[in-house]
Design a protein around this ligand. Structure first.
Ligand SMILES: [Zn+2]
Length: 262
């Protein structure tokens, strides 16, 4: 339970145990009428045991995260799983909104002194909440997945190197899969930033310059690779590369090089 001023005791559920002292509580109501308590805590040092391992991460569209150790976390399109049901409610919402507007127009024509507002159309409001619920479910599933990935990474590695992605550059291509990947990358980076700070790990952000065209073994610059080139062989040292894993290795090397210079 959580005790709040004026409201008293409320049933409370959370994924994590509360550690430390509660400094402040903010109550938030979502568009689906759920209540959330956001707690600010004063915590002791939570650093987790070091593993002495370092990793570079590349991000992509079909695979969300590719590590320099060769592990791939695939992209899951949570939106597709409920696409049909959500669309049904979106259609209902559009229809009910139109009906409500027509009804309001009619009342205005009849010069009724008081006409109803959109809030008073119960079925329209219900459809609105249903659509919001589906959007919320997709967002929650995506966040849960990202939390699992980032927690695993922070637990397994002491130093994590990522690319600084220029969001504007990628947004020029209008494509839903890319837009979704974009959103996930942004959340992923935020999670890594605060989790590394919490658990005493190091996050290095590098400029993604040529990371997908240089051979990670000998440093040969093979020129620009088109996006459909998934594997290639270095003409200099003959190493065979998976495009994404090679890129994440370059990201790791660049990140480690930066720390040496500093
Ligand atoms: Zn090479």
């Amino acid at each position: 339970f959580i005790k709040l001023p004026k409201l008293g005791y409320l049933r409370y559920r959370a994924g994590r145990k509360i550690v430390g002292k509660i400094k402040a509580v903010t109550i938030r109501k979502s568009s689906t009428n759920k209540y959330y308590a956001v707690l600010s805590l004063d915590c002791e040092n939570q650093a987790i045991k070091g593993t002495n391992k370092k990793v570079g991460l590349d991000v992509g569209v079909s695979d969300l995260v590719i590590t320099s150790d060769g592990q791939k976390y695939q992209t899951i399109r949570f939106d597709k799983l409920i696409e049909y049901k959500k669309h049904q409610w979106e259609k209902k919402l559009a229809r009910r909104r139109l009906l409500a507007f027509k009804d309001i127009q009619k009342q205005k024509k009849l010069r009724l002194l008081e006409h109803k507002s959109l809030d008073q159309y119960k079925n329209y409001q219900k459809a609105k909440i249903m659509v919001a619920k589906y959007s919320e479910k997709v967002a929650n599933q995506r966040k849960d997945y990202l939390h699992k990935i980032t927690t695993e990474l922070v637990n397994s590695y002491d130093t994590i190197v990522i690319e600084d992605i220029k969001i504007n550059k990628l947004l020029k291509k209008h494509n839903l899969a890319r837009a979704i990947a974009n959103q996930s990358w942004r959340e992923l980076r935020l999670m890594l930033e605060y989790k590394c700070a919490w658990y005493g790990k190091q996050l290095i952000v590098i400029d993604p310059y040529k990371t997908s065209q240089i051979c990670s073994q000998c440093g040969y610059d093979d020129g620009k690779h088109e996006l459909d080139v998934r594997t290639w062989t270095c003409p200099h040292c003959h190493a065979h590369h998976d495009r994404d894993i090679n890129a994440s290795k370059n990201i790791l090397n660049t990140g480690l090089g930066q720390t040496l210079v500093r």
